[in-house]
Unconditional design. Structure first.
Lengths: 553, 242
């Protein structure tokens, strides 16, 4: 038992790495991070709450059935939770059981393999329960606020929290073996990964656009009831009728068919416990003595080609990012999907503004959307130095200036970002009613603005970089840099965009001194972004050599 | 070729010196060793010499170029293999060597000749075309050697170079050290392996608690009939219990 407890404690610490922050606390970064998180949570909660309130008041054949609608909506939410946590559990099972990680360390120690397995399985269970608990409680609280429900709802919430994680675990268990095989197969096929993640991102953004169109409908009509019509509800009912056994949870929550639903869920839970134990054990023992190193087929050596140090450093950046699936997603896939995102958002808001305000604000809107998405794409640059880890320190040995080493990183990001911005502008100019002249100016401003963001993010990362940091620490440090860069970028983008909006409106104003020349709508964003770029370059170059020189462990 | 004078380094202004008053000299054609226990200051000294760590006191000159005043030219003249084989893991072995050759401006002809030479010396074969992340510890070390030697540096600096090498590669590396020094270059390495230092070096610096205790000319020392291990332990006040 003592052995189990020691291993279990070790696993808990690995899976939940909550450590008090040491050293100098980044107050501004922490405040901005907290504010941004609160803003996102508040927006999400109010949106879901609003959708829930609207949906439960929908009348079918002029008859209102709030409990029935609540059951349908709860079903949808639970289905999403089960699918999302099943996927997350599948990934967690892969990393916990099928990868070598710390197993080879414990193999050398006098530790029973079964005890090690049990400690890993228990930690995985706790992790799954924790994730499910947060999601289920959040959904149920939003529901309780939208629909008046009795105290039994809270009692059933406890039962759902205990039983639903087992369902997502069962689903994960069913698909984990083919999932591992697939992941192993594509692990070194970077182009395939790139295409897959880009496609997934575009699909995710299509769903997001769908949500935005709901918001548009809400803003235009004051309600979203016309989307939630009889045909919609009937289709949803048909889909949910076959969504066994997820639909049993909604029944339990609302006290309908309680005994039957409980019986089904308990059977599923029992099967799940056995299945999870059996499959996890199989994965654990199958990979216990596995050699992690992949055997690569021998490739033919390419002839040597000499490059300049700068070109070689840019190439190195490309290779490092493209061959790392996480970084490939964070940068290349997002940059690839950006034109699509810009186009979707632009068309959505353009029609919204035209319909609700009667205004045609093509240029300012295109500019604002382009700048916001370029900001989001360039958040990756906040790890430009720190993601190299200890190799950043080793590159101090190279006979090249720190400015050359770092400008290679900036140039690499600027190339990716520029291609993305140019593609977005061409798409807007070609497909939407934005004329090509305006699209060209948008691209020009976007390029300056985005390059400024890259300069600032890289310099901030160098300032806060800790080369010996673990990936989790790098993420924590860079998240604060990201927040600051995004915050400054969003404010500037809003100012530039708003001036471009206000100038044409004010041209028709009666107040003489507010009548700016229409060209000002273009001059101000161009001058503003140019000034931002100059400030960014100055900030970037300030004591850069000294800062790099003092970069230590 | 290498002149380190009164080198001093603190990791933190409030703490004691990590290394203090270190003076090392290396001439063309020599193999020089820095010998010390774990934590004696060997790695810190080497990291300062290679420019990885800034230093507060003293001066470092490599092939006549001052590390503080002209770091680029100083760095152009040495190749360095660290004790941690931190390489760009996503690159293949050959991509890494090519990258290093680009950084040092090595011509296509020279890099082709040298890669062939090292490939045979380290018995790497075609695995040089595989990603570094797939390499074993020893393989990573061999790639580190190749990357550091691709520009045929006048000064070759290594931190604990023999750790993890198989006997064949270890003997090849030792032979290369001798060949490289005979060609008029300097090899400087740190080690706590007395046997390697005794067989390979012309001169040895014994370092303990961040200070140089003694500089030993091994040819002269061996004539005295003393045992290097016993001498080292007595100097560092850690007598072996037999």
């Amino acid at each position: 038992m003592r052995e189990f407890l020691i291993l279990f404690k070790h696993e808990l610490k690995t899976q939940f790495p909550i450590k008090p922050q040491k050293g100098k606390v980044d107050v501004l970064g922490s405040i901005l991070s907290t504010l941004m998180t609160l803003l996102i949570v508040a927006t999400f909660v109010s949106l879901i709450s609003s959708i829930a309130q609207t949906y439960v008041s929908v009348k079918i054949d002029k008859i209102s059935a709030p409990l029935e609608r609540a059951r349908e909506l709860l079903n949808v939410c639970y289905l999403v939770i089960v699918l999302a946590t099943a996927f997350a559990s599948m990934e967690k099972m892969r990393s916990t059981f099928s990868q070598q990680k710390d197993k080879n360390i414990f193999l050398r120690l006098p530790v029973k393999q079964q005890t090690l397995f049990m400690s890993k399985l228990c930690t995985l269970m706790i992790w799954n329960y924790a994730i499910n608990f947060v999601l289920i409680v959040s959904v149920n609280v939003i529901f309780a606020l939208a629909v008046k429900l009795s105290y039994t709802f809270w009692l059933s919430t406890i039962a759902i929290c205990l039983l639903m994680p087992l369902l997502s675990f069962l689903l994960a268990t069913l698909f984990v073996v083919p999932y591992i095989k697939f992941m192993d197969f594509i692990s070194d096929k970077y182009t395939v990964i790139f295409i897959l993640v880009s496609l997934l991102l575009i699909i995710a953004f299509t769903l997001y656009s769908l949500l935005l169109s709901l918001v548009q409908s809400l803003l235009e009509t004051g309600s979203i009831k016309h989307i939630f019509n009889q045909a919609f509800v009937t289709t949803l009912q048909k889909l949910l009728a076959i969504a066994y056994p997820v639909n049993c949870f909604a029944n339990i929550a609302l006290g309908e068919n309680l005994l039957l639903s409980f019986a089904i869920v308990l059977i599923v839970a029992t099967i799940s416990i056995f299945a999870v134990y059996w499959v996890s054990k199989h994965l654990f023992y199958a990979t216990l003595y596995k050699n992690e190193r992949t055997i690569h087929p021998i490739k033919k050596q390419k002839p040597f080609k000499k490059l300049s140090p700068l070109s070689s450093l840019i190439r190195k950046e490309f290779v490092s990012v493209f061959r790392n699936p996480n970084q490939l997603f964070s940068y290349f896939a997002i940059a690839t999907a950006m034109p699509f995102m810009v186009y979707s958002c632009y068309t959505l808001f353009e029609s919204l503004i035209k319909n609700s305000l009667g205004l045609s604000l093509d240029f300012p809107l295109a500019l604002l959307v382009l700048l916001v998405f370029s900001i989001l794409t360039n958040t990756f640059c906040a790890t430009n130095v720190s993601r190299d880890g200890i190799t950043a320190l080793k590159s101090k040995v190279f006979p090249i200036k720190a400015s050359t080493l770092l400008i290679a990183k900036v140039l690499f990001c600027a190339i990716v970002s520029s291609i993305s911005i140019l593609a977005s502008s061409i798409l807007l100019g070609a497909v939407t009613n934005l004329n090509f002249g305006d699209a060209t100016i948008c691209a020009f401003i976007g390029l300056m603005f985005s390059t400024a963001q890259i300069f600032i993010a890289t310099r901030m990362d160098l300032k806060h970089c800790k080369v010996s940091a673990t990936p989790a620490e790098i993420e924590r440090i860079s998240s604060k840099t990201v927040t600051k860069v995004v915050f400054v970028g969003l404010i500037l983008a809003l100012v530039l965009g708003l001036v471009a909006v206000v100038v044409p409106i004010m041209a028709n104003s009666n107040v003489e001194f507010l009548k700016f020349h229409p060209a000002f709508a273009y001059i101000f964003p161009i001058a503003g972004s140019l000034l931002y770029l100059i400030v960014a370059i100055l900030y970037y170059n300030f004591k850069i050599e000294k800062n790099f020189e003092t970069l230590v462990m | 070729m290498l002149k380190v004078e009164n080198l001093g380094k603190k990791y933190n202004a409030k703490t004691n010196y990590a290394i203090e008053n270190i003076s090392i000299c290396g001439k063309a054609g020599e193999i020089v060793g820095i010998l010390g226990h774990n934590g004696a200051g060997k790695s810190t000294t080497i990291k300062c010499i290679t420019g990885m760590h800034p230093y507060e006191e003293g001066s470092i000159s490599i092939c006549g170029f001052d590390m503080a005043k002209d770091p680029i030219n100083a760095k152009r003249n040495f190749g360095y293999v660290s004790d941690e084989f931190t390489l760009f893991e996503k690159m293949t072995g050959i991509e890494f060597i090519n990258f290093m050759a680009d950084i040092y401006g090595v011509s296509t002809k020279d890099r082709t000749t040298r890669v062939e030479l090292f490939q045979n010396m380290f018995a790497l074969g075609n695995s040089i075309n595989n990603p570094i992340s797939s390499y074993s510890h020893g393989m990573k070390q061999k790639i580190s050697f190749m990357g550091a030697l691709i520009h045929n540096p006048k000064v070759f600096i290594l931190d604990e170079p023999m750790v993890g090498l198989d006997p064949y590669t270890s003997s090849q590396v030792k032979a290369f050290f001798r060949k490289h020094s005979k060609e008029g270059n300097l090899v400087l390495f740190s080690s706590h392996n007395l046997d390697v230092v005794d067989k390979l070096c012309d001169r040895v610096y014994i370092i303990d608690q961040g200070r140089i205790l003694e500089e030993i000319d091994l040819a002269q020392f061996n004539k005295t009939g003393k045992d290097l291990e016993e001498y080292f332990l007595s100097k560092t006040k850690r007598v072996a219990k037999t």
